[in-house]
Design a protein around this ligand. Structure first.
Ligand SMILES: Cc1cc2nc3c(=O)[nH]c(=O)nc-3n(C[C@H](O)[C@H](O)[C@H](O)COP(=O)(O)OP(=O)(O)OC[C@H]3O[C@@H](n4cnc5c(N)ncnc54)[C@H](O)[C@@H]3O)c2cc1C
Length: 404
C-alpha cells in the first residue's frame, strides 16, 4: 500500500494491517499435498477442499475473515478492515479462501435481507469455511436473461416443493447450501421470483452432476431438483422479492464491496511473473525479454495494471464516484480482460513450450500459463458476461439509449 493511501487509514486500520501482515508472515500454510487450482471455482478434489477449508478456518480464527461483520454473527466487528485483510492475503501469496461464494455473496446478502435467526445460523459457519455455499442462479435458458427462471417452488403448508435445473454451479459438488432463485408465480416475470437458502449436500431430491471443462477440471456442475423440500424458514425476504434480493447478491458478486473475505489467489504483481517468464525463456539469441515486441506488450499490461489500481483508489473517494455502480462494473470488465490478456501474453512468451501442460515436468511455471489462458475465458462470462456489463454501464451509468 502506497504511503499516501496508508496515511488515510485510521489508527485501528494501521494496527490491523500490521497485525495481518505479521500473522501471515508467521503462519504461512504448509505446502499443499496436491496441486491447487488457480481459483476457488475450480476446486475439484476432496484433498484440495480439505486443505483449503483448513486454511480458511485458520484465517478466520486469526480474524482475517469476516473482519467487518458484526460480532454477534461471528465476525470481527471492525470497520473497513476486510479490504486490508484481502490485500494482505494477496500480497503474501497465500492460498485463496475456498468459500468464495459464501463470503462474497451469501453472507452479504443474508446480512441485508435475512432474519436475526438466519444471520446467526448461516453466517458463522460460512465465515469459518465449515459450510460451503454455491449459487443457483443460472439455468439452461436463464443466463444473461436471469429473470427467465423456470425452476419452480410450489408452496405446500410450511414447505416449498422445488423442481428445476440449475447449471454452471461452481462448488456445487462440495456445497452444503445454495443461494437459490426460483419462480413462485408464473403470473409475473420479476415479482414471481423468490430467494431461498437451499440445502444441497445429501438433501433428498437434489442431484449434483459435475461438468468437465476443456482444462479437464470439474469445478462447476449442473444441479437438478426433483420434488426437493425446502422449509419456509429458509426463504430469504418476502415471497416475490427474489429479484430484489438477487440484485443485492449481484452487486456484491460484481465487486461493489469487499464482502466478508476474498484474499489470496491472484498475485498482486502478475506483471513480475511475466517479466520473470520472459527472462527465463530462451530465444535464438538471448531471451524473450530482449524482444522489443514482448517488452512493449509487458509495458502495456503494466500500464493497465496501474490504471486499475488507481481506479480502485478512486472508488474510495466519494466525491469521485458519481454513480455507485460505475467503478465496480468497469472494474469487472477491465480486471477480467486484463487477466485474459496477461494469460495470453504468458502463452505467447513461452511459445511452443506453452503447449506443455500441467503434468509435464518441462512445462514453464508448472503449466500455469495454458491453464490460466483457458480458464481466463470463464472470467469474462461469470458474474454476468462483459457484454451485459457494458450494456448496463451504457444504459444505467452513462444514460445511453436502451439496447434491444
Ligand atoms: C467460470 C464460470 C463460473 C460460473 N459460476 C456460476 C455459479 O456458480 N452459479 C451460477 O448461477 N452461474 C454461474 N455461471 C454462469 C454465468 O453466470 C452465465 O454463464 C452468464 O450469466 C451467461 O449466461 P449464459 O451462459 O446462459 O450465456 P447467454 O446468456 O446465453 O449469452 C450468450 C452470449 O450472448 C451474449 N448476450 C446475451 N444477451 C445479450 C445482450 N442483451 N446484449 C449483448 N450480448 C448479449 C452474451 O454476452 C454471451 O456472449 C458461471 C459461469 C462461468 C463461466
Amino acid at each position: 500500500m502506497a504511503a499516501d493511501e496508508k496515511s488515510k487509514l485510521s489508527d485501528e486500520q494501521i494496527e490491523f494491517q500490521e497485525y495481518a501482515r505479521n500473522w501471515l508472515a508467521d503462519n504461512a500454510p504448509p505446502p499443499p499435498p496436491v496441486r491447487l487450482p488457480i481459483t476457488a471455482i475450480e476446486v475439484m478434489t476432496v484433498e484440495q477442499r480439505d486443505y483449503l477449508q483448513a486454511w480458511q478456518k485458520k484465517c478466520y480464527e486469526a480474524g482475517l475473515v469476516g473482519c467487518d461483520i458484526p460480532k454477534e454473527y461471528g465476525g470481527g466487528g471492525r470497520e473497513g478492515c476486510q479490504r486490508i485483510a484481502n490485500q494482505e492475503m494477496s500480497r503474501a501469496g497465500v492460498p485463496f479462501l475456498i468459500n468464495i461464494i459464501g463470503l462474497s455473496m451469501a453472507v452479504p446478502t443474508i446480512l441485508v435481507h435475512g432474519t436475526e435467526e438466519q444471520k446467526k445460523k448461516f453466517i458463522p459457519p460460512a465465515l469459518s469455511g465449515e459450510e460451503i455455499w454455491c449459487q443457483g442462479f443460472s439455468e439452461p435458458g436463464a443466463g444473461s436473461d436471469m429473470a427467465n427462471q423456470q425452476t419452480f417452488a410450489e408452496k405446500r403448508g410450511d414447505e416449498w416443493i422445488v423442481n428445476g435445473h440449475k447449471v454452471w454451479t461452481s462448488l456445487g459438488h462440495f456445497a452444503k447450501w445454495m443461494i437459490l432463485i426460483a419462480r413462485t408465480s408464473r403470473d409475473h416475470k420479476y415479482d414471481g421470483l423468490s430467494y431461498f437458502l437451499c440445502p444441497i449436500a445429501g438433501h433428498e431430491g437434489v442431484t449434483v452432476r459435475p461438468l468437465v471443462k476443456m482444462t479437464g477440471e470439474t469445478g462447476f456442475n449442473e444441479v437438478l431438483f426433483q420434488d426437493a423440500v425446502v422449509h419456509d424458514s429458509l426463504r430469504l425476504d418476502e415471497v416475490g422479492k427474489g429479484w430484489t434480493v438477487a440484485m443485492t447478491t449481484l452487486t456484491y458478486e460484481r465487486g461493489a464491496s469487499e464482502g466478508a473475505g476474498s484474499g489470496g489467489g491472484e498475485k498482486v504483481h502478475p506483471i513480475q511473473h511475466l517479466i520473470q517468464l520472459a527472462k527465463s525463456t530462451k530465444r535464438e539469441s538471448g531471451t524473450a525479454a530482449d524482444d522489443p515486441v514482448i517488452r512493449d506488450r509487458i509495458v502495456q499490461q503494466a500500464i493497465v495494471s496501474e490504471a486499475m489500481r488507481q481506479s480502485q483508489r478512486r472508488a474510495r473517494v466519494e466525491a469521485l464516484c458519481d454513480h455507485p455502480m460505475r467503478i465496480p462494473l468497469q472494474g469487472k470488465v477491465t480486471v477480467t480482460e486484463f487477466i485474459q490478456d496477461n494469460a495470453r501474453l504468458g502463452v505467447d512468451i513461452a511459445g511452443a513450450a506453452s503447449t506443455l501442460y500441467k503434468l509435464d515436468p518441462n512445462a514453464p511455471d508448472a503449466g500455469h500459463w495454458p491453464l490460466a489462458y483457458m480458464n481466463s475465458y470463464g472470467n469474462t462470462i461469470a458474474a454476468g458476461t462483459n457484454e451485459i456489463q457494458r450494456n448496463i454501464l451504457g444504459e444505467r451509468v452513462l444514460g445511453m439509449a436502451k439496447s434491444k
